[in-house]
Ligand binder design. Structure first.
Ligand code: PLP
Length: 353
């Protein structure tokens, strides 16, 4: 990113400085596309997964999609974008969920069969509050049989897990979820998608599908971060698997309940551990006390936790658990076993006071 700051031209300008910036931008696009095994022309730069979700549902509305199938435990970026762009004659159907928050694929198939066509299915690759991993190949198989479009919110998974992107029609990513800068991201749009419309109209950038000067600082930063994250992912996932099991072991004396899939499940991202704490009813009080003890955790999605309302995910899946405190612990590349032990000790002490 520091090197990129020396290139100050506008990538849309025709002079030498502009051409230099354009080269930088296109090299970043190629680097990202190559890491994700897609074509550079299938990557569109955006400000992140929220914008990408808004763009997808805007395109869906313009393309005449009649039914959107999703779930009640999506990220607010998806739920609100769907609400915002649903026209009066569109239907939104919510799939049943398993007790651990996994999608009920059979119900998704039933919903597609009975839906007014065309259909767009919108799901998370990794649930950002619970860590469930969706098997994209299984969802894609169902969508392809019935010719439904598939949008995947990949914000939590990209850089950590690999999948064949061409199994979906749209996949959103945010750089800050893979150690890149905040405020940049992308939308993968499968080359097979015919009808594309700009959400942000403007000066012809991003092949006239997303107006506005591209950030020649943030985008190279995102490309470098993705490479770094992909290279670290297999070691990181192994380490996080160990840390999440250790965390639950340390918390066992507190009788906390693990929300979402079991920590031993293979289809669970181990960097997210979500717990309900029966002996504490006030999530806000607990988060404040943890913050005072220099522990940064949240109740739900960071984008939503400013409000301190019970998480919509926990309230929907486990209404009885929403009455007690719940905490989402996120761990990453730098988290150590010592920090996990410290967190368990601090939580134990706070619950006693
Ligand atoms: N989707 C998921 C699963 C997320 O975790 C997030 C943000 O953290 C978003 C979407 C929104 O990303 P951004 O705020 O970068 O637009």
């Amino acid at each position: 990113m520091m090197q990129a700051m020396d290139i100050w031209g506008n990538p849309s300008s025709l002079h030498g400085h502009g051409r230099k910036a354009k080269v930088q931008l296109e090299l970043s696009r190629r680097r990202i596309a190559s890491l994700l095994e897609v074509l550079p022309a299938e990557i569109y730069f955006t400000s992140g997964a929220t914008e990408s979700a808004n763009w997808v549902f805007y395109m869906a509305q313009k393309a005449g999609i009649k039914t959107v199938i999703t779930s009640q435990i999506e990220h607010k970026a998806t739920l609100e974008a769907i609400r915002h762009f649903s026209a009066r004659d569109n239907r939104v159907e919510y799939t049943h969920l398993k007790h651990d928050g996994n999608y009920d694929l059979q119900h998704i198939e039933e919903l597609i069969v009975s839906a007014e066509k065309p259909v767009l299915v919108s799901l998370l690759w990794i649930n950002n509050e619970l860590g469930n991993i969706t098997r994209i190949s299984e969802v894609s198989k169902i969508c392809r049989i019935y010719d439904a479009l598939l949008y995947i919110d990949g914000a939590q998974a990209i850089g950590k897990y690999q999948a064949d992107f061409h199994l979906a029609d749209f996949i959103a990513g945010s750089a800050h979820k893979f150690y890149g800068p905040k405020g940049t991201g992308f939308l993968f749009v499968n080359r097979r998608v015919q009808k594309k419309f700009p959400l942000i109209a403007g000066g012809g950038q991003e092949r006239s599908l997303r107006g506005g000067t591209e950030s020649t600082i943030l985008i190279p930063g995102m490309a470098a971060a993705l490479e770094y994250s992909v290279n670290q992912s297999s070691d990181m996932l192994k380490r996080l698997g160990h840390l999440s099991k250790q965390l639950m072991e340390h918390l066992q004396p507190l009788n906390v309940i693990c929300n979402g899939p079991d920590v031993f499940s293979d289809y669970r991202y181990p960097g997210i551990v979500n717990i309900s704490i029966p002996q504490e009813s006030d999530t806000g009080r607990l988060l404040f006390a943890l913050d005072m003890a220099n522990v940064a955790v949240s109740a739900g999605s960071a984008c939503n936790s400013g409000s301190l309302k019970p998480s919509h995910v926990i309230s929907h899946l486990y209404p009885e658990r929403a009455k007690v405190a719940h905490v989402r612990v996120s761990m990453g590349l730098d988290t150590t076993l010592e920090e996990v032990r410290q967190f368990a000790d601090i939580l134990t002490r706070l619950l006693k006071t």
